[in-house]
Design a protein around this ligand. Structure first.
Ligand code: GLC
Length: 694
């Protein structure tokens, strides 16, 4: 059951697709009050209570004990002292000893979540803006596990998650620095020569002509359509980046048109808001206007015409490197301090003035959007900007070819954008702790509707190491978006460059063999409002140990993952909430299986080994691996599982063409059944049951 409560006059956010009537009165699970900081929602946190959700955020799967801020931020230091990342997903689930409930605060401005930070026994949520909708979710009796049931209800409210083309489940290679046709060809050849699987190459800003959106450097890419076509014959897709900021340069048609039509964000005096991002002086399209979205979305057609089949939208928090006003303020501080660095903190003031140039709160308060017939100051709707850029792109694709799925993932987002694209987790570091951070964010993102997501494998900033990349790939095997991406000037991290590339190739072979299963689980999650990744607490709420596991995840209906995320580890501790078949993979063809009983286990793991657990009574299909997704077929499947004697076991299995936007459970779902006598029924595939433990 979901109830809507309205405070003040909310702005439209497009987050929900079901219009609920506003309830009179107040919700019974929390106290609502006013403070100088905004509207305050508070509720007690008994000792046993757990909190889940908040999508892309730092800290644990259980969010209790920290302070979080919904304020989309371009901050490449994902450390424990931070309270925001690039996205705001205002869904929080409370699982207490006596009751469970969920809250969705539909406000695109700042929201502060003090979840047992100021006082361990109290949650205080402060919504800064003047009006918002609060949705309170309560689990219905007999709807199964309460946390999963609440997520399903919520997803019904916010609409169906984006589904990528099937090829986007393949391995993608990216790097900030691929600057020419030659660079892309080298990457393709590096993979294909060594038979390392690959389905796509991302082009970062270097492909553009001086960082201008929807252009490409004609010298470095003399024939982009020819290049895309050539790579496509090798089953490799090209995925360009698009940034939110449009370079201010007369003669550049996107800028000229935007100026002429008045499509860029304005300051209070009606003049364009001027900022700077990668292209230098830039303008920000006002994505809140449908006509601006249509205009910007149509620009993607140029690259689609050239053969691109996917995009990543970046810098859309929006990131502001500086503004002229910010520069003026910084120079004023510097001038005031000139010759007067007398106090111990004078130099901090000086450096602080310049460090504060980027993403300054003052700048975010100095421009406006047209929201319907209202003019709204940016900070009031800040967290929606990236989501609306994603929407512009998705609408652009639909206008181009409505029947075809395109890959789209964004850095910034808000709930609602989950219907248009996926997300990646931004500029992580080549740190071991970031493998774990990546794992912890996955289920929370799924709760908010973002199913197609992943982090930069190997780490974006800092230099990766061979073992770090290998262990990170072992987690990436299971994440829908599986992309290796790194920053310029860091150690190059394409698999083929490392001494252990054959080991990494073996790891990728497991991904490709699992694609039919992983794609099926992703599609089933999208089409049934389910969760592809879940905390163990969702499936085993009565098991206190399972509830507090922070480094393992349930995957799909049948599986659990427990990756290694520590350097030089020779194994790891795993907690099994029930009996499971442990599959220890080295490659798709080299693995061993062992039935393991519920409880605590220490599992030895060499660097090339990683684990997948399958619940007892279930099984999953494994296909023959290949070097690209189209070659992974379901003609022959090996079934892996541990069956209960005398019990029938069934797998819901979804398969479609992976390309068209018309997706239907009814037409594309089938069942693979192993009946009590041991016979397998599986239309359309030959099943090898040598992987079944009975
Ligand atoms: C941002 C993105 C990163 C990209 C870089 C250059 O930092 O998050 O992925 O490589 O910009 O475009």
């Amino acid at each position: 059951m979901i109830r809507r409560y309205t405070y003040g006059t909310p702005l439209p956010t497009d987050a929900v697709v079901k219009q609920l009537n506003t309830e009179p009165g107040a919700p019974d699970c929390l106290t609502v009050s006013k403070s100088t900081d905004g509207t305050v929602l508070s509720f007690p946190l008994p000792e046993e209570a757990m909190l889940f959700g908040l999508g892309e955020q730092l800290h644990g799967i259980n969010k209790r004990g920290h302070l979080y801020r919904s304020w989309n931020s371009d901050d490449p230091q994902h450390t424990e002292s931070k309270s925001s990342l690039y996205a705001s997903h205002n869904l929080l689930l409370y699982a207490g000893p006596k009751r469970s409930f969920g809250l969705f605060v539909d406000d695109p401005g700042e929201v502060v979540w003090d979840l047992g930070y100021t006082r361990m026994d109290t949650a205080v949520i402060t919504v800064a803006g003047g009006g918002f909708d609060l949705y309170v979710i309560t689990p219905e009796e007999n709807e199964g596990l309460p946390l999963t049931a609440m997520c399903r209800e919520f997803r019904g409210l916010i609409g169906r998650s984006y589904v990528p083309p099937r090829w986007a489940m393949g391995y993608l290679q990216s790097r900030w620095g691929y600057a020419s046709e030659e660079d892309l060809v080298t990457v393709a050849r590096g993979h294909r020569d060594k038979h390392i699987p690959l389905d796509g190459i991302c082009m970062d800003i270097d492909y553009m002509e001086r960082f201008k959106d929807f252009t490409w450097n004609r010298e470095a890419f003399p024939d982009l359509p020819g290049l895309c076509e050539c790579l496509k014959t090798q089953h490799i897709r090209v995925i360009p980046i698009i940034d939110a900021g449009v370079k201010a340069e007369e003669g550049y048609d996107v800028f000229d048109e935007g100026e002429e039509k008045g499509f860029f964000c304005k300051r209070e005096d009606g003049k364009d808001f001027v900022t700077a991002v990668w292209p230098g002086e830039s303008r920000l399209p006002d994505f809140f206007r449908p006509d601006v979205r249509a205009w910007f979305g149509e620009k993607y057609h140029r690259l689609l015409d050239a053969g691109a089949e996917g995009f990543w939208n970046d810098m859309n928090e929006p990131a502001l490197f500086y503004t002229p006003e910010g520069l003026r303020r910084a120079y004023e501080t510097a001038d005031a301090l000139r010759g007067a660095l007398t106090e111990y903190d004078s130099s901090f003031k000086l450096s602080g003035a310049f460090n504060a140039l980027a993403n300054s709160p003052e700048d975010y308060r100095s421009f406006y959007h047209t929201v319907g017939d209202r003019t709204v100051r940016h900070d009031r709707v800040h967290n929606l900007y990236g989501a609306l850029m994603t929407k512009a792109a998705a609408e652009g694709f639909a206008a181009y070819r409505a029947e075809k799925r395109y890959l789209l993932f964004s850095r910034s987002s808000y709930i609602g954008a989950h219907r248009c694209g996926g997300i990646w987790m931004g500029d992580n570091c080549s740190w071991w702790s970031h493998i774990l951070l990546h794992l912890k964010m996955l289920p929370s993102l799924n709760m908010a509707g973002f199913l197609y997501c992943g982090a930069d494998l190997g780490g974006f900033t800092a230099n990766t190491t061979e073992d770090l990349l290998e262990r990170w790939l072992q987690l990436g095997v299971f994440t829908p978006l599986m992309r290796n991406h790194s920053a310029q000037h860091t150690r190059e991290q394409e698999i083929y460059r490392f001494s252990i590339w054959e080991m990494m190739r073996g790891t990728l072979s497991v991904r490709y063999a699992l694609i039919p299963y992983l794609y099926s689980e992703l599609m089933l999650s999208a089409l049934t409002d389910g969760l592809y990744f879940r905390p163990l607490a969702f499936d085993f709420p009565e098991d206190r140990t399972a509830c507090h596991v922070e480094d393992q995840l349930m995957l799909g209906t049948q599986c659990m993952i427990a990756p290694v995320y520590e350097q030089n580890a020779v194994g790891r501790h795993v907690y099994l909430p029930c009996d499971m078949l442990m599959v220890r993979f080295r490659t798709a063809e080299d693995y061993d299986m062992e039935p393991i009983a519920q409880g605590h286990h220490w599992i030895e793991l060499k660097l090339n080994e990683f684990l997948l657990f399958i619940r007892r009574g279930c099984f999953i299909p494994l296909a023959r691996p290949a070097e690209y997704t189209e070659a992974v077929t379901t003609e022959r499947l090996r079934l892996l599982g541990w069956l209960n004697p005398g019990e029938k076991s069934t797998l819901r299995f979804y398969e479609d063409d992976g390309v068209t936007t018309q997706v239907s459970l009814r037409e594309n779902e089938r069942e693979i059944t192993i009946d009590v006598g041991g016979a397998v029924q599986c239309d359309g595939s030959v099943c090898d049951t040598a992987g079944l433990v009975r």
